[in-house]
Design a protein around this ligand. Structure first.
Ligand SMILES: [Ca+2]
Ligand SMILES: [Ca+2]
Ligand SMILES: [Ca+2]
Length: 216
């Protein structure tokens, strides 16, 4: 059983366990094999590329580009679907990881993850600048000290974690700002995953193990 199929099987099983709950699902992996699924941007250009993803020649990914010096990001909102929104605390989501590729030339990007409510938004303190044409993994544990609140002074970390409405993967060079930074660069994203609490169940643990195994 190949890795892509294994992950799809696990994702499907986890989603089935979660039933029709309209909330983020621990263990969920956005592989882009079924399309962009609501991931987009404005004003960056987001396109589905059906080959050359993180899992090989026949694997799809999302490409993000901009040639007009506007903010470089890919995002998903609650209105695009439930998978990356809702109550992360109650769901037991303890980390975020994704695969990222600088595509073509290395534009010297600083790729971070950000999420929160409409008025209470947090961006990861750490970033990744992948090598050109190489898939690498970025991951961050969801604890307050790993993030900076960029919008909504006074809104708490727990309030943002409890009601995620916007989820971004963005280019944001130091210092971290309210908005992603403009760039003429491009990057690819694949396998955006919501990491479950360790020991949250055999199937969820299996999902984590599958994600780890493919990194070795
Ligand atoms: Ca993929
Ligand atoms: Ca690039
Ligand atoms: Ca910045």
């Amino acid at each position: 059983m190949n890795r892509m199929f294994t992950r799809a099987l696990i994702s499907g099983a986890v989603a089935a366990l979660a039933g029709a709950a309209h909330a983020a699902t621990p263990g969920f992996v956005e592989t882009f094999q079924s399309g962009l699924n609501g991931w987009g941007s404005n004003p960056s250009l987001v396109t589905l590329v059906t080959s050359g993803g993180a899992d090989g020649a026949a694997d799809a990914y999302a490409a993000v580009s901009d040639t007009g010096f506007s903010e470089l990001l890919i995002r998903r909102s609650a209105t695009d679907g439930p998978e990356f929104s809702g109550n992360f605390l109650a769901a037991g989501i303890t980390g975020i990881a994704f695969d990222v590729n600088e595509l073509g030339i290395d534009d010297g990007l600083s790729i971070r993850v950000g999420f929160g409510t409409l008025g209470n938004f947090w961006v990861s303190n750490t970033s990744i600048d992948p090598q050109a044409d190489t898939w690498e993994t970025f991951s961050v544990q969801l604890i307050e000290s790993n993030f900076t609140e960029v919008f909504g002074a006074g809104g708490t970390w727990n309030a943002a974690m409890s009601n995620v409405q916007r989820f971004q993967i963005r280019h944001d060079a130091d210092p971290i700002g309210i908005m992603p930074d403009p760039s003429t660069g491009d990057f690819g994203v694949d396998n955006i995953r919501l990491i479950p609490t360790p020991g949250a169940g055999g199937l969820l643990a299996l999902a984590g193990a599958a994600a780890l195994r493919r990194r070795r």
